[in-house]
Design a protein around this ligand. Structure first.
Ligand SMILES: [Zn+2]
Length: 121
């Protein structure tokens, strides 16, 4: 089976990290607009907000982690955290489920959404 799933916590962490970089890049880009104080300020502000929101995302991960269920991965025997009904192991990306009904069913992120209409993830 082709394993391409990432643990949700790891995914959010990657997102938070990229936000920091995006924020720094935006602030850096603002330096090119030194001629216009307004433009530079806007860039700095957006960059600052991006960096700030990454901090918020990190806090959010912290709260999610406390809610996540700790399980021992049957594949690599490491302790990992499962968020929602299905998630992937943080170490080996083995799909894991907490719902016995989904045991053996092919891993699908959409099991986490109750109304799986046209939600983009
Ligand atoms: Zn594992």
């Amino acid at each position: 089976m082709d394993i391409k799933y990432t643990s949700k916590i790891n995914k959010i962490r990657t997102f938070a990290l990229s936000l920091v970089f995006i924020g720094i890049i935006i602030m850096y880009a603002g330096l090119y607009f030194k001629a216009s104080f307004t433009v530079m300020t806007i860039f700095m502000l957006i960059g600052f907000l991006a960096t700030l929101s990454s901090a918020a995302v990190y806090i959010w991960i912290g709260m999610l982690s406390t809610k996540a269920v700790q399980v021992e991965c049957p594949n690599c025997n490491k302790v990992t955290k499962v968020l929602g009904r299905v998630d992937a192991c943080m170490s080996c990306k083995q799909p894991l489920t907490l719902d016995p009904n989904l045991d053996g069913v092919e891993f699908d992120e959409k099991y986490n959404h109750k109304n799986k209409s046209k939600e983009k993830s």
